[in-house]
Design a protein around this ligand. Structure first.
Ligand code: RAT
Ligand code: ZN
Length: 433
């Protein structure tokens, strides 16, 4: 039934956003069965790398000495410096408080010992805790980042450990795309060596085997801001004569060449989308460790070239710099094989999520995915998703209000369908295409 009252319309939009089941299309979560790879709890929240960067710059604490401390001591320092001595106004610090609140706990006493006890009680059985967090966050499932170049991950897959329905896989291939020599060594360590087979052939076989093993929803890599693509050539995927592979002669190394010779042919053969997250400037300050990566503008024309020169490959794209977003959204209007997703990492701040979501709705309608959590710590789902829900509700309330003013009367069902699209539905339809 069409909604004819503007107040009822706003209430319907807010309720639909609050109720929608979300698909989280990029995270760094793992199955509990993968042991130490899955992180959860208050100490992990406090030592998340976003907060560590904030600690280092606020206090001048030397990172090397800090990283040498046990995790519990690190967490105490962050709590002391970033919550007690300073107000926790950053997105990452406020997020920790929102997680605590979502779990029905109280940070009001400002006592880490009490909080630790409460978390220990809640998280004693990780499988149950995972289920509880997903239910509270309103997710159907989350997509992991599964890296076949990380030995601990390889071991877990080879041991065939159980993976809950809540978690789906994505095959992460950064090492191959950005550090070819390292990938060759790591493939050899898994019994895939190049002797006689040609390295691009070996690489394709290696990845095909991983695709068969973990059945990913997509292939994924994050790329530096220096990434350029011109689509010079694509090797015939059926040509297994190594001497015909120009890339081999050049010792495949630049990302665009690895894409042309290994990744794009695999994407074509399997029909798997390729997710590219572009714009990271790795280790701007290597002393900061994981907290030391920065950002640079993405060459968006290269994204357009990828989509134009590979019309039979689907691309999931997100970029790191706020300044890229307008050009990127316009580019996404030009290619049906290009799906924008998420407000990635340094863009996953309330003010920028709001701006990006508004821009994308205005240019793309519902043909994009508004956000992903990038959660590395399970509990982070409990602040990242409420934050996005609130912003999406604000933006859409305004947009439906503008429609209403033209005399258009949407139904409750139409609104619910639109909202599901930008929080998982459009992604699923794109993957299934
Ligand atoms: O968001 C993050 O935690 C980053 O460190 C990266 O992992 C980034 O999201 C990536 O997937 O490369
Ligand atoms: Zn990530």
């Amino acid at each position: 039934m069409p909604i004819t009252d503007p107040h009822a319309l706003a209430a319907t939009v807010r309720k639909a956003v609050a109720d929608v089941t979300i698909t989280d299309i990029h995270t760094h979560l793992f199955p509990p069965s993968h042991g130490g790879l899955l992180l959860w709890g208050i100490d992990e929240l406090l030592t998340y790398h976003y907060l560590l960067a904030e600690l280092f710059i606020a206090t001048g604490q030397p990172p090397k000495a800090f990283y040498a401390l046990p995790k519990s001591r690190q967490a105490e320092m962050v709590w002391d410096e970033m919550f007690l001595r300073r107000s926790p106004v950053t997105e990452a610090a406020r997020g920790v408080l929102q997680v605590i609140q979502s779990l029905g706990l109280d940070a009001g006493e400002r006592d880490l010992v009490t909080l630790r006890k409460a978390f220990a009680g809640l998280t004693a059985r990780p499988e149950e805790y995972l289920e509880r967090v997903f239910t509270l966050a309103g997710l159907d499932y989350a997509v992991m980042t599964n890296d076949p170049f990380v030995p601990a991950e390889v071991d877990a897959w080879l041991a065939n450990r159980p993976v809950p329905e809540r978690l789906k896989t994505a095959l992460r291939i950064d090492t191959m795309v950005t550090n070819w020599p390292a990938a060759v060594l790591k493939m050899a360590a898994q019994g895939h060596s190049s002797s006689g087979g040609g390295t691009t052939q070996t690489a394709r076989k290696f990845l095909a085997e991983w695709v068969a093993r973990i059945k990913p929803l997509y292939l994924a890599a994050s790329l530096p801001d220096s990434f350029r693509y011109d689509g010079v050539r694509a090797t015939d995927p059926n040509d297994d004569n190594p001497s015909n592979h120009a890339a081999d002669r050049r010792h495949v190394c630049e990302p665009s060449r690895v894409l042309d010779d290994v990744i794009l042919p695999l994407a074509r053969e399997t029909g798997l989308p390729l997710a590219l997250m572009i714009g990271v400037r790795r280790q701007v300050n290597s002393e900061f460790g994981l907290a030391g990566d920065g950002v640079g503008a993405t060459h968006v024309a290269s994204v357009a070239a990828l989509a134009a020169k590979n019309p039979d490959v689907k691309f999931l794209i997100t970029t790191l710099a706020r300044g890229d977003q307008h050009e990127l959204a316009v580019t996404a209007r030009k290619f049906a094989n290009l799906h924008l997703f998420g407000c990635w990492w340094f863009c996953n701040q309330s003010s920028i999520i709001r701006e990006m979501t508004t821009l994308r709705v205005e240019l793309l309608g519902t043909a994009f995915t508004a956000n992903h959590s990038d959660a590395r710590v399970l509990d982070q789902l409990l602040y990242k998703w409420p934050t996005t829900r609130k912003i999406v509700a604000d933006v859409l309330t305004e947009k439906y209000g503008e429609l209403f003013a033209t005399g258009w009367r949407p139904t409750e069902q139409e609104i619910a369908t639109d909202i599901r699209r930008i929080l998982g539905g459009s992604f699923e339809a794109f993957v299934a295409r």
